[in-house]
Design a binder for this molecule. Structure first.
Ligand SMILES: [Fe+2]
Ligand SMILES: [Fe+2]
Length: 475
């Protein structure tokens, strides 16, 4: 079951050839997908041979095989984790009942919406990142970008499989629409706001893969608990791929920091102008990028109080992060949770029914996880002997959804006046000047083993290859 059949037009481990109708529908979608990839995938890179990993089996030992591939020839397909025998629903009102192998009629609309919303983020990020190959800081980084891109493409396949198999005609229409929306488009944008932002430079890309791909991890973890078993099995396999994306982000930002600290020590200065003259990204600018990406990403979890979130949980569609490891009753009726509110010009905690606050629960779990990596960045700064620490901003800072939307809050969590916000905004969020400076550093470095001046080389190469390995062959 877990071996992937590569002899078929669409690689899969779901016995696709036994369901002719589904196979035909997906084979009809495939050329449209490839056309989208040609138009919106990595710009000017379609002919490169890239050292990529491809899944050959979903077993922990055997799912990554490395070799040179032209990206349009990447074997996108359908890979589900093996079914767990007699799996039971383990939270919500249906707890203890058998997991669903098909979509119950009463949950069809909600499940479709969940799958489409998740599916939409996958091609969106490829679109957001499509220009980055033109300004890569090294071959190693270029390869990592492309690996992330092809896997986001595969995540789209994962969601499209569910739409085609379980949602009939509506599902097929949704699958087409996933190829039609465009990140940042005026008339037909992607569904979620963070996926319509630009990813204009590589610092943004590393922040995005650290923070926003981590939102992906938390959403997928919540869906991996789902009573709808095919969704749970699909998202479990997606999570194995997601880990690499976050590694790209964490190590990428870490290498920028390492290089900056190196130059700070060489020049014995923390003067932003001197550091910029030396061609590295000063730590305050890194902090501002962090503030931006963190705040935009935590909005993705949705409103702090949501009756949809309650419905999704109680009906078994979407669990909590690590639902199975929690020791409460997994029904949550009568439980409460603290969310933030504004009263008399200050932030106060307010207790609300937990079922309605499940977006906030997931957001808080995400924040805890995000902070751990920021502390690992701080250790790099500390090791360099530099007196500066990065900080995750307060969760009320720069929010655009829920109770906190429109409330002006400083990174340290004080409600501030419009005047104070305006006076300090340039210290808290990247300015046009900061972005222009970072953009000015983005040259293209493609000689094996060479790195742009603003970023340190990685400690290790990919798949135990040397750092100066030829990760991309340009044709
Ligand atoms: Fe993804
Ligand atoms: Fe990802």
């Amino acid at each position: 079951m877990s071996g992937i059949n590569y002899s078929e037009k669409i690689p899969n481990n779901v016995n696709l050839s036994e369901d002719r109708t589904l196979q035909r529908a997906l084979e009809h979608w495939q050329p449209n997908y490839l056309q989208w990839w040609q138009e919106m995938g990595p710009e000017g890179s379609q002919n490169f041979d890239v050292y990529l990993r491809t899944a050959v089996s979903v077993d922990p030992q055997g799912w990554a095989q490395f070799g040179y591939v032209k990206m349009p020839d990447y074997r996108w397909g359908i890979f589900l984790n093996p079914a767990e025998q007699d799996r039971k629903i383990h939270f919500g009102d249906h707890m203890g009942e058998a997991a669903w192998q098909d979509v119950p009629g009463e949950h069809r609309a909600n499940l479709r919406r969940i799958i489409v919303t998740q599916g939409d983020t996958e091609p969106a990020s490829v679109e957001q990142q499509r220009h980055l190959g033109l300004t890569c800081p090294s071959q190693y980084d270029l390869r990592n970008l492309f690996q992330v891109n092809v896997e986001e493409g595969r995540h789209l396949w994962a969601m499209v499989y569910l739409l085609h198999k379980y949602f009939g005609r509506d599902g097929r229409e949704e699958a087409e629409a996933l190829l039609e929306r465009r990140s940042g488009h005026d008339d037909n944008p992607r569904i979620l706001e963070a996926f319509n932002e630009k990813t204009p430079d590589w610092l943004s890309f590393f922040m995005f893969t650290y923070f926003t791909d981590r939102d992906g991890k938390f959403q997928l973890c919540a869906l991996a608990e789902s009573a709808f078993d095919p969704l749970a099995r699909t998202t479990k396999f997606m999570l194995t791929e997601e880990a690499h994306h976050m590694f790209v982000g964490e190590s990428g930002v870490g290498r920028v920091i390492t290089r900056t600290c190196e130059v700070m020590n060489q020049l014995k200065t923390d003067d932003v102008n001197k550091l910029r003259a030396a061609g590295v990204i000063d730590l305050p600018t890194i902090q501002k990028y962090l503030n931006f990406h963190f705040s935009v990403t935590i909005d993705l979890f949705g409103a702090d109080q949501s009756s949809n979130a309650a419905t999704f949980y109680s009906s078994g569609l979407k669990g909590r992060y690590e639902e199975g490891k929690r020791t409460d009753d997994h029904v949550l009726k009568g439980s409460t949770y603290k969310i933030l509110d504004v009263s008399n010009g200050t932030l106060v905690e307010k207790e609300v029914p937990m079922l309605n606050a499940l977006n906030e629960v997931l957001r808080d779990d995400y924040i805890t996880d995000s902070k751990a990596g920021v502390e690992r960045w701080n250790r790099l700064i500390e090791k360099a002997g530099i007196d500066f620490r990065l900080k995750v901003p307060h969760k009320a800072f720069h929010r655009n959804i829920g109770t906190l939307a429109g409330v002006k809050v400083s990174p340290d969590g004080r409600v501030v006046s419009d005047a104070e916000w305006s006076a300090h905004q340039a210290e808290w969020l990247p300015t046009d000047q900061d972005r222009a400076y970072v953009a000015s550093l983005m040259g293209r470095v493609v000689e094996p083993g060479k790195f742009a001046n603003w970023i340190a080389p990685p400690v290790m190469g990919i798949n135990r290859q040397p750092v100066n390995f030829e990760y991309v062959r340009f044709n």
